[in-house]
Design a protein around this ligand. Sequence first.
Ligand code: UD1
Length: 419
Amino acid sequence: MNKIVVNGGRRLSGEVTVGGSKNAALPILFGGIVTGDVCTFSNLPRVSDVLQTLEILKFLGARIRFLQSGDVRVDYSSVRAACAPCTLTSAIRGSTYLLGAMLARFGKAELGGAGGCDFGSRPIDQHLLGFERMGAVVTCRESGVVLEAPNGLHGATIPLAMPSVGATANLMIAASLTEGETEIRNAAAEPHVAALAAFLGDAGARITGVGTDTICVQGVPKLHGTHNAIIPDMIEAGTYLCAGVACGGPVRVRAVCPEHLTPLLDAFSKMGAQIETGARSITVTAPKGYQCTDIVTGPFPAFPTDLHPQMAALFCLGNRASGEGSVTELVFESRFRYIEELRLMGAAVSVRDRCAFIQPSSLQAKKLRSPDLRGGAALLLAALATNGQSEITNASTIGRGYEHLEAKLRALGAHITVF
Ligand code: UD1
């Protein structure tokens, strides 16, 4: 996916079936290393971050087969104690999960670099602090980080400075195969953390406290293979729901867990959109437009940082929105790069510290550049709701997280072509 061309201003309506969650799939695929066995995965989204993860696992020796059923079979028994090249790992943030998985299985882990979206500095000090508490020796070099535990790891109490999703997941993976009890305090409670815990539990790990701020892992000497159905992607679902609100709707997303999207649905209610929730589906419609509101991101169950840019785009749309809106980003220090691009379309946004204040204004179709995955999704929403032809370059950033984007948006009536 290099470029997206949109002829916007059309009402969108219809149904979208949501795929598997990228943010759940990555820690689960890397976490599978500690099983040392065969695992099969269904509902694995074919997005570039997942394909890159499979490439990294293949390099490390895993045997991967795409089954006719659509499932993916990964044999982790052949994974060897090696360091994946930086050219592979630096493309995705999820490669940090190699640290916990390789350390627990082989007593050594090396990571040359990890990528992901640029939201300012994204340290992994909390991951490293946790591994140190479990007995690892951490060496940070210019070429990357090396973790060693020649005599094995041991259980530990790890108080995280913030409820980091990455650190919680990485430490859970390592602790599953580590003798003794590990207690992760101030743990993250995101649905994808719970999904990883369920996968590890099915593989024989003993994990309690998931969904609370204290997760306990009683290490076991050996795990085994299992089957995992990747949970629905709440961010993909939320993005299509935003498209429904931005472009009138009704848009129904199917195969979702509505309880994962409570903060978004609360915001839509305040905005005056109509919402209908089924057991596995959500429908939104906003035929006459909507009111802006104020969003503050935070760790689950607060408003997800990965849906903030999409909401900001909705507040910019003068043809649809009224009032004034704001978005306060409390998870990442710098996540407003997409706003520069929205301003090119005529958006009236002023940013102070971590808060963007938005006045709806008349937008114009433009040539835009996607700065990152969700920022790119925000530009796409603005383009879909704005009359005329917009172009979004650097669209591979969007392809990292949205499966069958063109087909799904066309099914809703969008005039979109992906090059
Ligand atoms: C974040 C999201 C997660 C989303 C993912 C992908 C939250 C809390 N996390 O996870 O839901 O799936 O992006 O977009 O919404 N931090 C440190 N040191 C560390 C680890 C984290 O300072 O060792 C800081 C980060 O810089 C950030 C905050 O803690 O400011 C949250 O980080 P974390 O949850 O780890 O981010 P991701 O795992 O990338």
